[in-house]
Design a binder for this molecule. Structure first.
Ligand code: NIG
Ligand code: FE
Length: 415
C-alpha cells in the first residue's frame, strides 16, 4: 500500500498505547515498547504501527522513508503548564535568590510577577508576539509538540486580552498546537493592592465574561497561595469561572499547604499544579475527583528549594501525574521537557518510564486531548520524536543536552 511517511528500524518504539484514560499507579511504567519498530503516517495521522519486519511487507512505496536505526521513537512532549508571553526576562531575581532572598520576598518588594506586569502593559501585541515566537521555537526544538500557554502578566482587561490574542496568533502561525488559559488571578495588580475585593469583582464580572465571549481561553487558572489568592477568594473566583463555562486549572500548594489541593478536588478542577506542599487529604481529594497532578520540578530546582512534590505518594495513591516545565520569566526559565524528566527522576524518584508517561499521554489527557495525541496508535495524530538515544532510560540519564533529532508534528517534519 502507498503511504506518505514510513519510519523503520527504531531500536525502541514507545507507543504508550493501551488506555483511553490517564495512566495511574503501575500503568505509568508501561510504555508499550515495540523493539525494532516501525510507524506509518498518512497525511497527519498514524495509520499503522508494528515491527519493521511486518510493516515493510505491507507498505512498499512510501513518499518518504526515515531509517531510525539505533534510535528511539516516542510521542512528542505535551507541556501542560507554561507562561511564554512576557517582555523582559528576570535573571536579576535568579541571582538575588542565590544570594539568599526568597521568591516571596522578591515578589513582595516589587519584583516577581508585578514587574512582568508592567513589561506586558507597556509592550505592543506585535512585539510580545515576536518575543514569544522566538521562545516557542526553542521549545519546539526541545521536542514539545503541544503546549498550554497562560495569560496572567496583564491583569487588566486590555492587557489580558492582548496576551490571549498573542497566544491565539502563536497557535495559528506556529506548527504546534497551543492551548490557551486565562490567568487573570495570577497576582493582584498594584493599583488594587489595597482594594483586592475591587479587583476580584472586575475579574469575575467584567474580565471573565468578556474572555468567554471572545472565545479567547478554554481554561481558567489561579495562583492559590498564602501571599496571593487565599482559599476563600479562590473558591469564589473558580466557581464563577465554572459557571461561565471555563474548565479549571490551578497553581496550588506550591509553597505552603493552605488547602489548594483540597479545593481542586472540591471544585472538580482538571488539574492542580505545583503541589510541593500538598497534604495527604488534598492528594486524596484530588484522586477521588479525577484531578490530574501536574508537577513542576524545574520550578523547585530554579527556586533553589528542596520541597519537591511527593510524586511517589501521589502515584501510590492512584493519582494521575503529569509533568510540565512551568516555563516563565521568574521562577523557572526552562524550555526543556527533557530536563524536567531528569529532575522528576532524580529529585522525585519517578522512574524514567513514569516520567515519560507523565510528559506525554497523561499531560495530553490533562488538556482533554488524550484521545488525539500523547501516544502512538492507529488513528491518532502523527506527533512524534526521533530521539538520538539507544533506550528510553537514556533520556533522563543524558541531561543538559538535546536528545531530540527530529520533531514530527501532524505528520510533517518540523525540525
Ligand atoms: O507557576 N506561580 C505562579 N506563577 C509562576 C511564576 C510566575 C512568575 O514568577 O513570573 C509559576 O511559578
Ligand atoms: Fe505557573
Amino acid at each position: 500500500m502507498k503511504t506518505d511517511l514510513l519510519i523503520i528500524n527504531a531500536k525502541e518504539l514507545l507507543t504508550l498505547a493501551g488506555t483511553d484514560s490517564p495512566r495511574i499507579g503501575s500503568e505509568m511504567n508501561e510504555l508499550g515498547i515495540i523493539y525494532n519498530g516501525a510507524i506509518v503516517v498518512k497525511e497527519d495521522k498514524i495509520i499503522d504501527v508494528g515491527s519493521t519486519e511486518d510493516i515493510v511487507k505491507k507498505y512498499d512505496n512510501p513518499t518518504k522513508i526515515i531509517d531510525a536505526s539505533d534510535k528511539v521513537i516516542m510521542p512528542g512532549f505535551v507541556d501542560p503548564h507554561t507562561h511564554p508571553v512576557f517582555k523582559q526576562t528576570r535573571e536579576n531575581e535568579f541571582e538575588m535568590r542565590i544570594k539568599g532572598r526568597s521568591y516571596v520576598e522578591i515578589s513582595q518588594s516589587g519584583g516577581g510577577i508585578c514587574s512582568s506586569i508592567s513589561g506586558v502593559r507597556e509592550t505592543s501585541e506585535e512585539e510580545l508576539y515576536q518575543l514569544a515566537e522566538k521562545r516557542i521555537n526553542k521549545i519546539i526544538s526541545n521536542g514539545t509538540t503541544t503546549l498550554e500557554a497562560k495569560s496572567g502578566y496583564g491583569l487588566s482587561m486590555e492587557s489580558e486580552i492582548k496576551m490571549l490574542k498573542v497566544i491565539k496568533k502563536l497557535n495559528k502561525n506556529l506548527p504546534i498546537d497551543i492551548i490557551s488559559t486565562f490567568l487573570g488571578a495570577h497576582e493582584f495588580p498594584v493599583e488594587y493592592k489595597d482594594d483586592k475585593e475591587k479587583y476580584i469583582d472586575i475579574l469575575m464580572n467584567e474580565m471573565m465574561p468578556k474572555i468567554r465571549e471572545l472565545k479567547l481561553a478554554e481554561y481558567c487558572d489561579i495562583f492559590t497561595e498564602d501571599h496571593v489568592y487565599n482559599i476563600e477568594q479562590s473558591r469564589r473566583i473558580l466557581n464563577r469561572a465554572k459557571e461561565l463555562g471555563f474548565k479549571i486549572r490551578m497553581h496550588a500548594d506550591e509553597i505552603k499547604p493552605i488547602g489548594g489541593a483540597e479545593l481542586a478536588g472540591e471544585i472538580g478542577a482538571v488539574s492542580a499544579d505545583h503541589l510541593g506542599a500538598a497534604s495527604d487529604k488534598g492528594i486524596k481529594a484530588m484522586r477521588d475527583n479525577g484531578v490530574t497532578a501536574i508537577l513542576l520540578p524545574g520550578t523547585i530546582f530554579s527556586l533553589g528549594m528542596k520541597s519537591y512534590a511527593r510524586a511517589r505518594d501521589m502515584i501510590e495513591a492512584g493519582l494521575a501525574v503529569a509533568l510540565a516545565t512551568d516555563y516563565n520569566p521568574g521562577s523557572c526559565n526552562c524550555d526543556s521537557m527533557q530536563f524536567v524528566i531528569t529532575l522528576a527522576c532524580l529529585q522525585m524518584k519517578m522512574t524514567p518510564a513514569e516520567a515519560i508517561t507523565a510528559s506525554t499521554i497523561n499531560a495530553a489527557h490533562s488538556l482533554g486531548l488524550g484521545n488525539n495525541i500523547g501516544s502512538l496508535e492507529i488513528g491518532k495524530k502523527a506527533d512524534m520524536l526521533i530521539m538520538d538515544m539507544p533506550s528510553y532510560q537514556y533520556l533522563p540519564y543524558h541531561f543538559g543536552s538535546n536528545n531530540v533529532e527530529t520533531v514530527i508534528k501532524n505528520g510533517k517534519v518540523i525540525r
